[in-house]
Write a protein that binds this ligand. Structure first.
Ligand SMILES: CC(C)(COP(=O)(O)OP(=O)(O)OC[C@H]1O[C@@H](n2cnc3c(N)ncnc32)[C@H](O)[C@@H]1OP(=O)(O)O)[C@@H](O)C(=O)NCCC(=O)NCCS
Length: 140
């Protein structure tokens, strides 16, 4: 994967050494509970190495985007940037590299689930609301 540079921010594939930084970002953003998070991230990294990316500045993980591929679509499950809400361009850069990875896999599209507060971010990136609903069955 071509590394993307700009504003001293480098986008690259996530590695094991990034797991704590990714977990911190996701927890601070309120996307995940910290408890049991590292094993889940290890699973994602092992099974979708090309779709787990980080933004790095001065050797610090300042953003991440995580997804998986089901043979049809890439599912974008998590995206978070340091100082979330600051709109410093990190999320957009991460998504650009993520979409390139999804295209390279042959995916027909990217499906993202988002909080309403972040929907504007996805609209900016060209997402639309599909004619479908998102259903969840919780497992004990
Ligand atoms: C959503 C998030 C990843 C965006 O990261 P970011 O680094 O601020 O994004 P960018 O600065 O690259 O934004 C890209 C574009 O989207 C716009 N944008 C970003 N967040 C937005 C929002 N909440 N509403 C409307 N537009 C938004 C930016 O203004 C920018 O527009 P531009 O290209 O015209 O300048 C970040 O706010 C975040 O971590 N939020 C908390 C976690 C979250 O909600 N994740 C999404 C659900 S999984």
């Amino acid at each position: 994967m071509a590394e993307e540079q700009g504003s001293e921010c480098k986008i690259r594939k996530a590695e094991s050494r990034d797991l704590e930084g990714i977990a911190e970002l996701l927890t601070v953003a309120g996307l995940c509970r910290r408890e049991g998070l590292i094993p889940r991230l290890e699973y994602m990294l092992r099974n979708s190495p090309g779709l787990c990316l980080v933004a790095e500045r001065h050797d610090k993980v300042i953003g991440t985007i995580l997804g998986s591929y089901n043979g049809f679509h890439v599912l974008l499950s998590h995206v978070a940037s340091d100082n979330s809400g600051s709109r410093a361009g990190i999320g957009g850069k991460l998504h650009h590299a993520f979409a390139q990875q999804a295209s390279a896999l042959g995916a027909v599209g990217i499906i993202a689930d988002s909080w309403l507060t972040a929907a504007g971010f996805f609209y900016k990136l060209g997402y639309r609301i599909p004619g479908a609903v998102f259903l969840i069955k919780d497992l004990a």
